[in-house]
Design a binder for this molecule. Structure first.
Ligand SMILES: [Zn+2]
Length: 449
């Protein structure tokens, strides 16, 4: 019920609207009643009507409705927000309904051209008015607006962007220091939780990710990259790093490594029979050609010098460890592809198989660094009598077991299906490693050396 004689330009900025909210309770009580459309309207002031399929809703003064003997659906207090809010403005309704909801007040909104009118249960009128006045006061002092996104605050932190309510103390040094430690420890807690979950509860992170429970854990890519970075700085000890001697035919490997000349003749003969990797038969020619070019170039400058396969092998091996560690990432999509093929009937997204692979690989890298590497050093330094062959069996078994549990948990497979899936995926990965990875690794290092 606007007074009508105070028409001003409509306000559309949310902060301005809240600062000039001016909630005002009209005297008396008001009621919701229903009225059959066919019947002529009662001869009392009708404050609002809503026409619905079931009939017409009228808002009347309580006294009028009582005089007419009409059944009353809601007995309400009428609060007008005197701000001249633009009909097209955004956020005002959301702002006051949020503070009213927080105060436990139910609220029916009628919007007029000039103002919003709130019909709240009569017994809650004081509570509602207090909440609205508080909302206006907050806007006047800018206390209830999120400094970050300007959303209206109803609690200690912003419901929209999550930033904590800004207070004067946040300008001080103590805040800067506390924030630093908060960030450090929150990163720490999520990091450690993810790491321990990854190591000791196979498949848990993956299943949570697939089911959409993602807040607790580090993102799969971050976890993998972190493991990768740690791995990058760890000494290389496993088969991902293929030195020159493993990438070329045995005869060339023999020529490249003077130390091998001391081997007995039968073993050297066995090496000469070894044709190396699948790609070696033709990539060996690349090496031969390059060594010949460099040899010729060296001799043209100084006839007494030269360049041998051994020189090239040394340069190659100086690069291979780092390149291999970077290229390990290639295995992740290869594994995801295998997993997708094997579990095709599950109809999952490729990205979901990527997550499985990222977690599995993060695990492999972490185990390599935390278990394999220390044992390797222990054996090397103390001469601890452990057959390294044992690890060559235990480690793959561990990976197969871990993968099987991960597949079982992630895709609700039975034990047999999970183990079969793990074996097939890992076998596929091995094939990908032999056919693709080894060649790409060689080609890249060759290009760089
Ligand atoms: Zn915010």
């Amino acid at each position: 019920m606007p007074s009508g004689n105070l028409v001003t330009a409509p306000v559309s900025d949310l902060a301005d609207m809240l600062r000039t909210l001016q909630p005002e309770r009209l005297p008396g009580e008001f009621v919701y009643v229903t009225w059959p459309e066919t019947k002529p309207r009662p001869d009392v002031p009708i404050l609002a009507t809503v026409r619905e399929a079931e009939g017409e809703t009228l808002v009347l003064r309580a006294a009028d409705a009582e005089a007419l003997g009409l059944p009353i659906h809601l007995r309400a207090a009428w609060i007008t927000l005197n701000v001249h809010s633009d009909l097209a403005a955004c956020g005002l309704t959301a702002a006051f309904s949020r503070v009213l909801a927080d105060a436990g007040v139910s609220c029916n909104v009628l919007a007029g051209t000039y103002h919003d009118h709130l019909l709240v249960p009569a017994e809650q009128a004081d509570k509602a008015l207090a909440a609205l006045i508080e909302l206006q006061r907050g806007a006047e002092t800018r206390d209830n607006q999120c400094r970050n996104c300007l959303a209206i605050l109803t609690g200690p932190s912003c419901a929209q962007c999550g930033q904590a309510r800004f207070v004067e103390a946040d300008r001080r040094m103590s805040h800067l220091v506390r924030q630093f430690f908060d960030n450090l420890t929150s990163l720490d807690s999520r990091f450690w939780r993810s790491l321990l979950g990854l190591m000791f509860r196979p498949g848990l992170l993956t299943r949570d990710y697939l089911d959409g429970r993602r807040q607790r854990w580090m993102a799969p890519v971050s976890l993998f990259l972190l493991a990768n970075v740690l791995y990058f700085f760890a000494p290389a000890i496993n088969d991902f790093e293929l030195p020159f001697g493993d990438q070329v035919p045995g005869a060339m490997a023999l020529a490249a490594n003077p130390a091998l000349q001391s081997l007995d003749e039968p073993r050297r003969e066995r090496m000469r029979q070894n044709s190396g990797q699948i790609h070696s038969s033709w990539t060996a020619n690349w090496v031969t050609r390059r060594v010949a070019e460099r040899d010729a170039a060296a001799r043209s400058e100084d006839p007494s010098s030269g360049y041998s396969v051994a020189d090239y092998a040394r340069a190659y091996d100086a690069r291979s460890a780092d390149v291999s560690k970077l290229l390990i990432i290639m295995h992740v999509p290869m594994m995801a592809l295998m997993s997708m093929l094997v579990l095709w009937f599950r109809r999952r997204y490729f990205a979901e198989h990527m997550v499985v692979s990222l977690h599995l690989f993060a695990f492999v890298l972490m185990v390599t660094m935390t278990v394999l590497l220390p044992i390797e050093y222990l054996v090397r330094w103390t001469g601890w009598p452990i057959e390294s062959g044992m690890f060559k069996l235990v480690f793959p078994a561990l990976i197969v077991g871990y993968s099987a549990i991960t597949f079982r948990r992630s895709f609700d497979l039975g034990w047999l299906a999970a183990i079969a899936t793990a074996l097939m995926v890992l076998a596929g990965l091995l094939i990908g490693n032999v056919l693709i990875y080894r060649f790409v690794q060689f080609a890249i290092i060759f290009a760089l050396t």
